[in-house]
Design a protein around this ligand. Structure first.
Ligand code: NAD
Length: 530
């Protein structure tokens, strides 16, 4: 694994700096990309259980969505017995791990975060090839992972390990002391989605571990290499055997066996509403409730009023609707615009969309890459056909197969419109397709934005007075106003806590926030009479 200059040594990398990427990044990324193609791709990988790599009889191949002939690697399929071994190992390692001073746990985890930073280019190259992200998005995700781990370690430190002395009881003749401590739950399962396989596994793992839980994690099958690279950073930091265990395999079998395991004390799941809600119900319906942090989908709206800066709005919407090919949980998929500026906004949006370069996203000139797999490719085509039949297409709605793009899953970013009853206003499709609809007022825009089961992110373009109403009434956990860097996307730990309301998240607490880490611990009140 390459040791590269950490971006932090040169500049602060966040999703906002990607708006205007520093030149120094490119040479290192390109070198890392060549190294990754030559040295990393095409290998066989096992599971990781109790500090050992485990080979299995069954395996699956992952190829790049950029080019189907690029073999990312072959990965083991974990059986129910393998899942049991991983959970048993995590359970056995629990007592030692939780009895370490929290400072020692934090120091090991900071070491893991530092390794991720040192390897940021090498890991990002692999993430770009595997997920189909452009280089800035890939670098951002990997750096964000390190920042999330640091954040949770800092939270532990700021709260002195969440161990507090309380006043003695007012008893005559006794000294009755009181303390409250937050303690870990036990074995924590982490299940991550394909679109941020590194950050949405690494962040929860960092929080669970620093809190004193041990972990079994599984990333999505399309992005198994990202899981492997994450595991290597934690292992190389020197975590004791059994503290972190990694499984690969299908969600319906390997993932299900993991969340069904009776020794799993809590879970962080990030993925679709359908799976997340099922899991939430399952965790509430056992012999006793177990914590289930489920971060789920979004149907994120942008509201544009007649007083908005339309150039800014068009830029922010384009970046958020089509960044990572519309496959962010925070992607913009709905725009509500006041009638008097609809045409002006739409023209700008269509022009900006048509300027987007779509192709191999590891090449500097391409901003948009492919969608993740054949299923997403077909879903896009079905939606495009349906939109043509039932609504209007202003640009896009086609697949892109020229200039070598037929070997990957490339599609055109799409702007369209339809009546408000059309299902695309409600359903998350996870493709680069945005609808724009006219409204009479900001009130109507807010009502329509809220009329969905989701509540993840929302964007606003307008004046300060209107902003008060937006903040007061919008049902979303993460909001952005008048932001050209992205209308609904681009949260960074320590800057923008990121979480969803309603059907977008089960806890009302955001990732990278002041309130996140305590969810991985339970309180024990300790009264001792001396
Ligand atoms: P998904 O629900 O298909 O899969 C997510 C993970 O769950 C994968 O690792 C998968 O293998 C596993 N899984 C699937 N079925 C399972 C089961 N029955 N038991 C246990 N695990 C199972 O989601 P995806 O397609 O990988 O990701 C896209 C979705 O994730 C979108 O809905 C997106 O909005 C959401 N997402 C939400 C956030 C957030 O922070 N709210 C962030 C990223 C993605």
């Amino acid at each position: 694994m390459n040791q590269a200059v950490t971006p932090h040594e040169q500049f602060k990398l966040t999703y906002s700096t990607m708006f205007d990427p520093p030149a120094a990044l490119h040479a290192q990324f390109e070198q890392a990309l060549q190294d990754c193609k030559a040295q990393r791709l095409g290998r066989d990988y096992g599971l990781w259980i109790n500090g050992r790599s485990i080979r299995t009889d069954a395996s699956f191949a992952v190829s790049s969505p950029i080019h189907r002939d690029w073999l990312i690697g072959r990965f083991a399929v974990a059986s129910a017995e393998d899942v049991h071994s991983a959970v048993t190992a995590a359970s056995a390692a629990q007592m030692h791990w939780r009895s370490l001073a929290w400072q020692d746990r934090a120091s090991l985890l900071r070491k893991a975060a530092a390794l991720i930073e040192q390897r940021v280019y090498a890991i990002s190259a692999a993430v770009a090839l595997e997920v189909g992200k452009n280089r800035m998005e890939a670098l951002g995700e990997v750096q964000e992972t390190a920042d999330l781990i640091y954040w949770y370690c800092n939270q532990m430190e700021e709260h002195h390990g969440f161990d507090r002395q309380l006043p003695n009881d007012p008893l005559v003749g006794f000294t009755s002391t009181n303390r409250t401590v937050l303690r870990p739950y036990g074995v924590w399962a982490v299940v991550a989605p394909f679109n941020f396989p590194f950050a949405l596994a690494g962040g929860p793992i960092g929080a669970a571990l620093v809190a004193g839980n041990t972990v079994v994690f599984k990333v999505a099958s399309d992005t198994a290499l990202s899981g492997q690279l994450l595991l290597e950073a934690f292992q190389d930091a020197g975590l004791p055997d059994g503290v972190i265990n990694m499984l690969t395999g299908p969600g319906g079998t390997t993932g299900q066996a993991l969340v069904d395991h009776p020794q799993v004390a809590g879970v962080t799941f990030t993925g679709s509403y359908e799976v997340g809600m099922r899991l939430y119900r399952q965790f509430a319906s056992g012999a006793y409730p177990r914590p289930c942090i489920a971060e789920m989908g979004g149907k994120n709206a942008v509201l544009v009023t007649a007083s908005a800066d339309l150039d800014r709005a068009a830029l922010g919407i384009t970046r958020s609707a089509f960044g990572l090919q519309g496959q962010k949980c925070s992607a913009t998929s709905r725009v509500y615009v006041e009638r008097s500026v609809t045409t002006a906004l739409r023209d700008r949006l269509v022009a900006a969309t048509e300027r987007i370069t779509v192709g191999d996203p590891t090449a500097r000139e391409n901003w948009m890459g492919p969608v993740i797999n054949q299923d997403a490719y077909e879903r896009f085509q079905a939606c495009a056909r349906n939109l043509r039949a039932h609504g209007k297409v202003f640009t896009g709605a086609s697949v892109l197969t020229d200039a070598g793009r037929d070997r990957g899953f490339f599609v055109a970013p799409t702007v369209g419109s339809a009546d408000f009853g059309y299902r695309l206003w409600q359903e998350e499709k996870f493709i680069p397709m945005v609808l724009i609809g006219e409204v009479d007022s900001l009130q109507e825009a807010i009502d329509r934005a809220n009329a969905t089961e989701y509540g993840l992110t929302a964007g606003f373009y307008g004046n300060q007075e209107e902003l008060l109403a937006f903040h007061d009434r919008i049902e979303a956990g993460t909001t952005y106003a008048n932001r050209p860097q992205g209308a609904t996307t681009g949260a960074w730990p320590g800057y923008q806590p990121f979480g969803g309301w309603k059907g977008s998240g089960t806890t009302g607490k955001a990732i990278g926030s002041f309130y996140y880490l305590t969810q991985y611990m339970r309180e024990q009140s300790r009264t001792v009479v001396l």
